[in-house]
Design a binder for this molecule. Structure first.
Ligand code: NAD
Length: 488
């Protein structure tokens, strides 16, 4: 008997079950309830998806018809806006994302951002005239033309699925590429519903976007290695990012990597300690700490360490955990049992390394279903400890003392990562100077928010290669062609 599959693959313009009809479950991390099933894509499905994207790129006018693309992107934005209530509930349940974040980066903001990429494609200078020159005595008229890179393989994680799917699909389409999207197995519905909307509510032609949900991580590797794919855009862990880069080497395709982080929140000695520490607590545990750019190392002046720990511990305990559907919840569950296990491994490690918990340190006593971790502050560790250096991806913050601005910069930069950071201080010029010395792709000064369609986002060091969002994020999906015409 064939089983009903709730959400399907998008292959060459058609919503379809996977070859063989397999399906896998998607789970509500707050309750462990099974929400339903998604088609379990196979290597054959991935092969068909890549073939369809290749054909749509090579044999249709998609890559050269900017006006049509702009219209399609605006259509997609409007269709997603029309379904935003349904998408909001889906995101809260599948991702465990707190409701307040769905009005921002978990849903509404990335949907709006599609319009920004459409506007950019419309106003972009696709061709620049370099004028006439006589290189080697040959009179030539030179032009530089920007063209779509080709077939884009987009591989995404589970923590901000709409934001990351759309921050890849949006600019890739605006630039004229065709796309195969392979989302994380933990959040297949967020991607599958994008496929449904594209197929049913937009004029985006068959093959231009293909969505292959699967429980098999191997499909990501297949997408990376296939010679028909021109460029891979990947967001995920640094360990997987290394595999992606290695996998792309055989066919020398371009890779764009958004990876992990262990960002510092620097409190200077002239900061309003209560305001800074309360903000560090709130921003550190939003979405249960499952954000690559979350500031998880809290660097405070040594003399103020104990006061800072007390303020943070009180704030974290007060914020606690809550049902993601509740408006007031900041910290929901972590995404899966596997992720909870990983975070609990770090809690044990923190103790083994000599740290202690100023608050939290385990599962909340009052929740027997769902994947919960208490908001936790670890003190008493050095920046050399693994707990302070490695990405935990849970609501676990580490407080470290510093001995002034130079020392704070040294500790902040003593990390294999370089994704983000924050500086809080009473003297804005001094805080800006410290921010300027952090080796990271984004920095917030005194609570400034860098998120935006027009703001490039990405990492230094092992946090990634390239930039997402902004003009830089759009240009990642372009090739540059120089044309010289002989003239008299
Ligand atoms: P992950 O690296 O385990 O998986 C990411 C994606 O890669 C998934 O779709 C997975 O199926 C796929 N994949 C797994 N193995 C692969 C392989 N060998 N080749 C190709 N694809 C493969 O990451 P995750 O657990 O889903 O997400 C959490 C991680 O993502 C964290 O490390 C976090 O910091 C990072 N992240 C980074 C950013 C950023 O912009 N820098 C944003 C969000 C999340």
């Amino acid at each position: 008997m064939s089983r009903k599959i709730d959400r399907l693959l998008l292959l060459d313009g058609r919503l379809t079950p996977s070859t063989g009809g397999g399906a896998f479950e998607t789970i509500d991390p707050a309750t462990e309830d099974v929400l339903g099933t998604a088609a379990d894509g196979t290597p054959d499905d991935m092969d068909r998806a890549i073939g369809a994207a290749r054909r749509a790129f090579d044999e249709t006018s998609w890559s050269t018809d900017v006006e049509f693309r702009v219209r399609c992107l605006r259509q997609l934005r409007e269709a997603m806006r029309r379904r935003s209530d349904e998408l909001r509930e889906l995101t809260i349940r599948e991702v465990g994302a707190p409701r307040f974040l769905t009005f921002a980066a978990q849903l509404d903001a990335p949907v709006d951002d599609l319009g920004w990429f459409a506007g950019l494609a419309e106003s972009y200078e696709w061709e620049r005239d370099l004028g006439r020159a006589e290189p080697m005595g040959m009179a030539s008229h030179r032009r530089v033309r920007m063209e779509a890179a080709g077939v884009v393989g987009a591989i995404t994680p589970w923590n901000f699925p709409h934001q990351i799917n759309l921050a890849k699909v949006g600019p890739a389409l605006a630039a004229g590429n065709t796309v195969v999207l392979k989302p994380a197995p933990d959040t297949p519905w967020c991607a599958a519903v994008l496929g449904e909307i594209i197929a049913e509510e937009t004029d985006i032609p068959a093959g231009v976007v293909n969505v292959v949900t699967s429980s098999d991580h191997g499909l990501g590797a297949q997408l990376v290695q296939d010679p028909r794919v021109d460029l891979v855009t990947f967001t995920g862990s640094t360990a997987t990012g290394r595999n992606v880069m290695a996998g792309a080497a055989a066919t020398l395709k371009r890779v764009f990597l958004e990876l992990g982080g262990k960002s510092a929140f620097v409190v200077l000695d002239d900061a309003d300690l209560k305001a800074a520490c309360s903000y560090a607590a709130f921003s550190g545990i939003a979405h249960a700490g499952q954000g690559c750019a979350i500031t998880t190392r809290i660097l405070v002046p040594r003399a103020l360490h104990d006061d800072a720990a007390e303020i943070m511990a009180k704030t974290l305990a007060k914020l606690g955990v809550g049902d993601p559907g509740d408006d007031r919840t900041i910290c929901g569950p972590v995404v899966s049992a596997k992720q909870r296990e990983r975070v609990e491994g770090y809690l044990r490690l923190a103790v083994e390394e000599g740290g202690s918990f100023a608050c939290g340190g385990g599962r909340p006593a009052d929740r027997d279903r769902g994947f919960w971790i208490e908001p936790t502050l670890v003190t008493g560790l050095a920046n050399e400890s693994r707990t302070a250096r490695e990405e935990i991806f849970g609501p676990v913050l580490v407080m470290l003392p510093h001995d002034g601005d130079d020392d704070a910069v040294r500790i902040a930069n003593d990390s294999p990562y370089g994704l983000s950071g924050a500086v809080h201080g009473g003297d804005a010029e001094r805080a800006r100077a410290v921010a300027g010395r952090l080796r990271t792709g984004t920095v917030s000064v005194n609570g400034g928010v860098w998120y935006g369609a027009d703001v490039p986002f990405g990492g230094y060091k092992q946090s990634g290669i390239g930039r997402e969002m902004g003009v830089a994020g759009f240009e990642e999906y372009l090739e540059t062609k120089a044309i010289a015409e002989g003239v008299t």
